[in-house]
Design a protein around this ligand. Sequence first.
Ligand SMILES: Cc1ncc(COP(=O)(O)O)c(C=O)c1O
Length: 433
Amino acid sequence: MSIERHDTRLDRFVDNYAERTNGMRVSAVRALFAVANRPEIVSLAGGMPNIEDLGLQAIADNVSRLIRDHGAKVMQYGSGQGEPEIRERICEVMALESILAHPDDICVTAGSQQGLDLVTRVFCDPGDVILAESPSYVGALGTFLSYQCEVVHVPSDEHGISPAALRETIARLQADGKRIKFLYTIPNFSNPSGLTQPMQRRREVIDACNDGGVMVVEDNPYGLLTLETLPQPAMRAIDPEVIYLGSFSKIFAPGFRVGWVLAPHGVREKLTLAQESATLCPPVFSQFAIADYLEHYDWQKQIVAFRDMYRGRRDAMLEELADAMPDGVSWTQPKGGFFVWLTMPEGLDSQAMLPRGVNARVAYVPGAAFYADGQGAANMRLSYCFPTAERIREGVRRLAGMIRSELEVHEIFGTDFRHPQGSHVPGPSPDLS
Ligand SMILES: Cc1ncc(COP(=O)(O)O)c(C=O)c1O
């Protein structure tokens, strides 16, 4: 039976929405993503992990055994904090990044995206300031803005957040009477920059925050996807007061929607209360399926296989960028994770170029999506996680051709390609993740 939908496109509830929905904007590039998913287009835009090589049959066998032997338990409501079985396993995962944690200090979440939401919910009132690196994860910016927070970007260099700029920003904002609630940082293979904070830098960032009385929120979905060295100790391994967000999305599979927050006891209690009011409990079946996967599957070997696969794709992207990009274009050299951050000469605007990119059959995420304040026009995020190495090379060649012709036009006409500042406000989108 088909039901006719009466959609007048006029929203008669428009005057009823809470003020906080003003911070929830549709990403200006979302429409283009429908186009980007066409097969003729090479998408260097999406941040989806490539999970094709997971042992699906073994996982299916485990899941059906779980239902057969424990169905009544694993399909029931569960604890608001998350199931003890998975919290114990999460401690083993975090130990790979030198974190010594107790299962009681973990609150399981529906992906680390929900962790971001709960942390913001328990700490932030409208108008509070959140510090974020430059650039920063679009989904986090969307969450912060939806809680009516002010996001202030702290300048970064090739090692991530600049400690001097961080100290200066904290002092300036506090002198202005602003309430800074936390620094949000992705120290490993950041989304979107691909940059990693070395150990010394992690310590300096933590010291600057501690001196200014600012909490640190460390978001670390990519830390185990290191492509060159062993995983580094997390910021949480340096300072147990750091609030740590983890996820199974990139080291296993995002569809289960399981992440976690590791936090000092009092914070963890508040997070659990917030979790209960949001969902009663995080997805119980997913938690048991993942705990079972961690117990019966060689998950560490799987992570090594993921690393090998992503390394090949990263190398293909970096080699092709070096071969194909015109002078004046630069990019980061990620040592892990999914992303390369590309910088074009001033005056070019990656958002304005996006339709021309689609004409050239290549898609990327414009840099402005990763700032809350209109920066990033000359940047774009390129991801190497999903397409094959061959498609990545083709996509980079197409992109290089497009940038080259933009530069020629720019040189001839001296046109200012840029959008007005602040024309794009980020909104989380699974395609952008
Ligand atoms: C830096 C960062 N944090 C959080 C997330 C959310 O991941 P999930 O909710 O799937 O754990 C993502 C997803 O891409 C991410 O890149």
